[in-house]
Design a protein. Structure first.
Length: 206
């Protein structure tokens, strides 16, 4: 594998803006999980890729619009950005319709940034209760810390919330801070730029 991550931590290769050829190169290097944040890209790229490589998995990592919820469920294997009641209802309805194995994580706005998605910590419990009422199985939490701050307290906060609510999956850490996130308990990291830099280095060394 071109990019080493702890084998007990899931590497999600973020491929937004990348071509199908780039994705196939990552598949050939052993990547299984991929992350996208735009439905139009998913619709264009992923159906033929998943038909050709049925073992690969697709995670939706972006803001969810209500009118796109059903297609996101139809095309993806995991959603990590659930963050508000209206989306919970729409995703739960679509999940019941397609009746497929899926993974669902709630995004927590640990940095309390108004421009970012994610539920605030004090509202997390009620959102989890709603998911239970809607028969939507939540397996973990995700966060994106403020870009200009030390991510350590936010990673610790998310891990503590996962433990408190007995949720196994803890999705945190990207290209700049994935190593720290793993040290602090991440079970999933989302890596794009660093992964493709490694791929470029490998190509140049051939």
């Amino acid at each position: 594998m071109l990019f080493h991550v702890n084998p007990f931590v899931r590497l999600v290769a973020v491929t937004k803006g990348r071509s199908a050829h780039d994705i196939e190169t990552l598949i050939s290097e052993g990547c299984v999980w991929f992350g996208e944040n735009r439905l139009n890209e998913i619709t264009e790229k992923w159906p033929p890729l998943k038909e050709k490589y049925p073992h690969i998995k697709l995670q939706f990592i972006g803001h969810i619009q209500s009118n796109k919820a059903e297609n996101i469920v139809k095309l993806c294997d995991s959603i990590v950005s659930l963050d508000r009641p209206s989306i919970i209802h729409n995703i739960a309805k679509a999940h019941q319709k397609y009746s497929k194995p899926m993974e669902f994580l709630i995004q927590v706005n640990c940095g309390r940034e108004p421009q970012k998605g994610g539920v605030l910590e004090e509202n997390l419990h009620s959102l989890l209760d709603l998911c239970m009422a809607c028969a939507l199985p939540i397996t973990g939490l995700m966060t994106i810390p403020p870009a200009d701050q030390d991510p350590t307290p936010y990673f610790k906060q998310l891990k503590a919330l996962c433990i408190r609510h007995k949720l196994f999956e803890c999705s945190m850490g990207m290209s700049n801070d994935y190593s720290l996130a793993i040290d602090l308990g991440a079970t999933q990291v989302r890596i794009g730029r660093a992964l493709f830099s490694s791929l470029k280095t490998l190509s140049l060394s051939d």
